[in-house]
Ligand binder design. Structure first.
Ligand code: GRG
Length: 309
């Protein structure tokens, strides 16, 4: 077990937990579940556009977090799988809309042409809308063996993460900040806790609530999620500078080109890396009480700062 004050390194996680094997196995389960979740119906074009982005790959970090937290809290992956898929549907819709010309305007995502480049802006908007609506339907209709009051909690977590207190609010402030050079670290953190952190927190809390977690567990897991959410975004900003197009599967160096204020532009790359590391250590400290059972969540936190894409 990693002690709260123990310095985090790849080595001490890898020595007792094979993260790659774990992530590969979870990804296989999630890819198959996503493929089953949405079949082609009429009108074919919209289903094809929805499936194009939903099945385009990606790390599947959000569903993996949901399954891992549910299991940590004594639940099974079976009860969490529909919610895990719904979280990936919501994440995918946010990527489709983010890539649109009216938003971040990108041609590539997950190593493929963006949805609007293949299907046009109109269908891409509707594909995102379709995925968003379907995510909620999917949770409500496909979850089995969970009391309805727990499902309502999940719906609240998902809707909170989507709305003005989550993705939408973060995106609005991000758009408003474009071209401004006087963005403070506080504003930047507001953007990212909403745009990135809220959905990651919803993954963890939904998984926990499906398993019937108590208030103390939810508080610990919430802090864990907030820390990894911010660390995730700091690393995202660093990778935008240091990683290649091939590694990222999307345009690299975009922030610099757009003269966007980011964590590395405020603090420098090294200080940003240190900050992300400290956040992950703080996240891992929340897991101490769970012993080795929490190794998957520890390893996921460690992966967030060591990832290359
Ligand atoms: C939710 C109604 C509604 C609208 C969406 C466009 C928008 C509003 C919000 C933007 C949200 C966004 C794109 C945030 C960035 C989050 C982020 C860091 C994405 C990259 O996540 P990864 O690295 O991607 O996990 P993969 O491809 O691995 O899944």
């Amino acid at each position: 077990m990693v002690k709260a004050n123990e310095r985090l390194s790849d080595k001490n996680i890898d020595s007792r937990f094979d993260l790659k094997t774990y992530l590969d196995a979870q990804k296989t389960i999630i890819e198959a579940a996503l493929d089953r979740s949405l079949s082609i119906s009429k009108p074919e074009k919209i289903y094809e556009a929805m499936r194009y982005s939903l099945l385009a790959g990606g790390k599947r970090l959000r569903p993996i977090l949901c399954l891992a937290t549910c299991e940590l809290m004594g639940g099974t992956s079976v009860i969490a799988l529909p919610t895990a898929c719904a979280l990936e549907m919501i994440h995918t819709m946010s990527l489709i809309h983010d890539d649109l010309p009216a938003m971040d305007n990108d041609d590539y995502r997950r190593g493929k042409l963006t949805n609007h480049k293949v299907y046009g802006d109109d269908i891409a908007i509707l594909a995102g809308d379709g995925l968003l609506a379907y995510a909620f339907e999917y949770v409500a209709t496909q979850t089995q063996g969970v009391p309805p009051e727990r499902l309502i909690k999940v719906i609240i977590h998902l809707s909170h993460a989507v709305g003005a207190e989550g993705l939408v609010g973060g995106q609005v402030l991000d758009l408003e900040s474009e071209g401004k050079t006087d963005i403070s670290a506080e504003t930047l953190t507001f953007i990212h806790t909403h745009k990135t952190g809220a959905l990651l927190e919803a993954c963890v809390l939904s998984g926990a609530d499906l398993a019937g977690a108590n208030r103390e567990d939810l508080e610990r897991l919430s802090k864990y999620a907030q820390n990894i959410g911010l660390a995730f975004q700091i690393i995202d900003d660093i990778l935008d500078i240091t990683a290649t197009v091939e590694e990222l599967g999307k345009t690299a160096g975009k922030d610099l080109k757009a003269q966007k204020v980011t964590y590395p532009s405020l603090w420098g790359i090294e200080a940003s890396q240190t900050q992300a590391q400290q956040l992950v250590e703080g996240a891992i400290a929340q897991l101490t009480v769970y012993g080795e059972k929490a190794d998957p969540l520890r390893a996921i936190a460690s992966y967030i700062v060591t990832r290359k894409h």
